[in-house]
Design a protein around this ligand. Structure first.
Ligand code: SF4
Length: 349
């Protein structure tokens, strides 16, 4: 990541406020009130695997969805509710709004963002694209609506390798943004010509290869599950590399009793729910070069709490936490987003 982008990320992190001060009684009362308001307002809760277990269980109990960003986009688009409450980070709310312009989309806080989004400003990215007019522009879902509007394709980690293989078969050269680790991973897997933007996820970049090897020595029978936003040295050690959904599937399908998991620890909620007899260990973030501000949990995902969700649902104007996307921009961004959804559907067969 450029020094400028790093400074922006650090400045934003310094402002992050998390909601962890509720008593058990308050939590229960808040949950019941949120459930009632979701019904009253014809709203459905769409949550990411990285949000806190409290939020994930609430989405499940209210007929919402807990999933990766591709499935969140699809669910929000297809669900009949007139209002979406998106618990995740801002690009997920924007994606929901672009795909469902007729719906109102709120988030517990619009301050919840992503280091990949911050590290890929529209103008710089557009200049980068202009310098490489011969390349097909593929951007990860973790980008602003403006960056998506500049792209030929949007992609999530669950279908990234397949998409790059597909484009490579068509003879296309790729410009990839913003995550350089995922970009290098798909380039190596697909053997394609991929030029990467210099962005990174502050959570996955913290995982340390040496710490992981040490933990593997202590648990020799454990399988190592790694998200491809992690550095190559960590990916190399993995038994399975994949998106959140693919890692959850591996945790269920593999015969191992123990797993070392290199992704946001919010995912442990779903893994433990689907494979209750298995043990899940966090991959280490400490060790040489550690600067851990995240420690395997995204500080922005953690901003989605009961308190701010309730505030948004109770207030007539959603406390100003409604997502709006400029319609012209949305129309442009919808093209690569729909390509992503159609491509994802074609893979399912
Ligand atoms: S975990 Fe990383 S990629 Fe995901 S939202 Fe947080 S900073 Fe962005």
């Amino acid at each position: 990541m450029t020094a400028e982008a790093q400074a922006l990320v650090q400045a934003h992190l310094a402002k992050v406020v998390q909601d962890d001060s509720l008593s058990d009684e308050q939590r229960l009362a808040y949950r019941e009130r949120i459930k009632a308001l979701l019904r009253e307002r014809d709203a459905v809760l769409v949550a990411h695997y990285y949000t806190d277990p409290e939020i994930q269980s609430l989405a499940e109990e209210t007929g919402g969805c807990v999933s990766d960003s591709l499935e969140m986009a699809r669910f929000g688009k297809e669900h009949p509710a007139s209002t979406l409450i998106v618990a995740g980070v801002k690009f997920m709310g924007e994606t929901a709004k672009i795909l469902s312009p007729e719906k109102r989309v709120f988030m517990p806080t619009l301050e919840a963002t992503c280091s990949l989004d911050i590290g890929c400003p529209e103008q710089e990215f557009s200049d980068f694209c202009d310098q490489h007019p011969d390349r097909t522009v593929v951007v990860y879902a973790n980008t602003s609506a403006a960056v998506k509007a500049r792209a030929d394709w949007v992609v999530t980690s669950s279908i990234a390798v397949e998409l790059i293989e597909h484009l490579d078969r068509n003879g296309e050269k790729i410009l990839w943004a913003p995550d350089k680790h995922l970009g290098s991973y798909v380039r190596d897997k697909a053997g394609a010509d991929v030029l990467c933007w210099d962005g990174a996820c502050i959570v996955h970049e913290e995982f340390k290869a040496q710490g992981l090897l040490d933990l593997k020595k202590a648990y020799p029978d454990a399988a190592v599950l790694v998200h491809p936003e992690s550095p190559a040295s960590v990916v190399e050690i993995a038994d399975v590399v994949g998106s959140t959904s693919q890692l959850i599937k591996a945790a269920c399908d593999m015969e191992n009793d123990t797993f070392i998991v290199a992704t946001d620890k919010g995912i442990f909620y779903k893994m433990q729910q689907l494979a209750p007899e298995k043990t899940f260990l966090e991959a280490p973030t400490a060790g040489s070069g550690a600067t851990c501000r995240s420690c395997a949990h995204c500080p922005w995902m953690a901003m989605n709490g009961l308190q701010n969700m309730l505030d948004v649902l109770e207030s007539e104007n959603g406390m100003g936490q409604e997502i709006f996307v400029d319609p012209t921009l949305a129309e442009k961004a919808m093209v690569p987003l729909n390509r992503m959804l159609d491509f994802g559907k074609s893979l399912k067969g």
